[in-house]
Design a protein around this ligand. Structure first.
Ligand code: DHB
Ligand code: FE
Length: 281
């Protein structure tokens, strides 16, 4: 049977992708950010996942205000990296895993999570930057990816609690998939940042560090954080953190924290990163 071996949380700042693509990772501004991913890259190389489920948000790239799925599951055989206005990132096409994705669609929808099924979709920095951070610049991505988009762009996004429950349903779906796959779940976005309005540039390290603590050790409390609290404490784009709760819900109640990294700033954002393992694997 398939099993979830671990989870990765990471910010997905687009400028990080630019720094990788333009080979600037050793420059003084970027070096401390990328140093925090070295251990994680060793970890994922050792784990050798067969599939990664990447929970991320589309930033008005594949979807627009004309179509706003709350949860959208990528069931296609591949996903092209999008041109977000500066040309496509020089990264490989993202291979999908249609068998697992369709199994997840069936399991999740019958479990009353009314997902949108996506058979064609371009993927933006929300997905490609975390892949680059963990896998570097390979000719091909080392494993297939199941993309799961969460609407955090247009109010109302799903609650953190709903995202956490979705993670639990994903866990059940993966546990029931017949092939022997080792699966890693990514939760991307965050941490505190606000790209717009009077509070643009907001960073709240105190909130972020507490969130890292409770996400690992007290996920019930993390799942109870309301939209207003995210908005007030972590800024308008801090709401991206609900996607970390999908990842956390897909893991055991108790997890092993393999690695943690926190750095301010990268572009406009506080970068946070966790590598978590299920105990029984
Ligand atoms: C930035 C961060 C994001 O999460 C994003 O989607 C776009 C930009 C930033 O820090 O610039
Ligand atoms: Fe974002």
């Amino acid at each position: 049977m398939a099993k979830i071996v671990g989870g990765i949380a990471t910010s997905h700042v687009p400028a990080i992708g630019v720094a990788i693509d333009q080979e600037k990772t050793q420059e003084p501004y970027w070096q401390p950010i990328f140093r925090g991913y070295e251990r994680s890259r060793q970890w994922i190389e050792a784990v050798q996942p067969d599939v990664a489920i990447v929970v991320y948000n589309d930033h008005a790239t594949a979807f627009s205000l004309e179509l706003i799925p709350t949860f959208a599951l990528g069931c296609a055989a591949e996903f092209a990296p999008a041109d977000e206005g500066w040309g496509r990132r020089p990264v490989p096409v993202v291979p999908g895993h249609p068998e697992l994705a369709w199994h997840m669609a069936q399991s999740l929808i019958l479990d009353e999570f009314d997902l949108t099924i996506v058979n064609r979709m371009e993927v933006d920095h929300g997905l490609t930057v975390p892949l680059s951070l963990l896998f570097g610049q390979p000719k091909r991505w080392p494993c297939p990816i199941v993309p799961l988009c969460v609407n955090v762009v247009q109010y109302p996004p799903p609650t953190g609690h709903r995202c956490w429950q979705l993670g639990k349903a994903i866990r059940k779906a993966v546990d029931q998939f017949a092939a022997d796959l080792r699966v890693v779940v990514f939760g991307t976005g965050g941490m505190s940042h606000q790209l717009q309005g009077q509070r643009a540039g907001l960073i709240n390290s105190e909130f972020d560090k507490r969130f890292l603590d409770i996400l690992v050790n007290d996920p019930h409390s993390a799942a109870a954080i309301s939209h207003v609290e995210y908005l007030r404490e972590a800024g308008s784009e801090g709401i991206e953190l609900v996607m970390w709760l999908v990842m956390r819900g897909a893991l055991d109640e108790q997890v092993r924290e393999v690695h943690r990294h926190y750095h301010v700033p990268a572009s406009n954002t506080a970068v946070g990163h966790l590598v978590l393992e299920n105990m029984l694997v």
